[in-house]
Design a protein around this ligand. Sequence first.
Ligand code: F6R
Ligand code: MN
Length: 196
Amino acid sequence: MKIPQDLFSEFDLETGSLKGAPLIVRRLSDLQGSFADTKAYEAALKRGDPIIYTVAAMQDVEGEGGLHFGLGRIMPGNIGGEYHLTKGHIHSHRPASEVYIGLKGEGMMLLEDERTGESAVLGLKPSTAVYVPGHTFHRTVNTGSGPLVYIGVYPANAGHDYGAIAERNFRKVIVAREGKPLLLPREDFLKQINRS
Ligand code: F6R
Ligand code: MN
């Protein structure tokens, strides 16, 4: 059997690149509305526009039963105490699920069921995998001191819907408290920062 190019991939954990795949770069300015503390966000943007994360996605295989996968790499840091995060999305084809596999660093997956509003938070680091069921918004958060690198594998027909969550954001936030991650309802965190 001759091996077509789309059956083999090489990825680089240090650069976040996947040979043959375009690298999507998300800078701080691309994350308008994602962080809870808008004042801290605007202040950080005035200081610069660093890369927050990159994604390199292999999307060659098409059709029913096909799989796509993406290599994500999130830089460490926080905005107003909220750890660096991805925009987050739900799959356009709602039943499409996904498996995330941690490759480097330390982080968490924030899940939210679109139908019930229920949240779940799960650790993501090397030797762990997180199953994201269908109908679930998902966001990845870097809670460590170095880059968080992971791979996500999802059906080729999943599609990405960013609009549904961008309108109201996730109900929970993951913030640094005494150097450790703490999960809080967004409302509670907003009350805390508005009081201080
Ligand atoms: C694909 C997937 C991941 C994300 C990546 C970046 O379905 O879930 O590969 O695309 O973690 O996050 P977003 O896409 O939310 O910017
Ligand atoms: Mn996804």
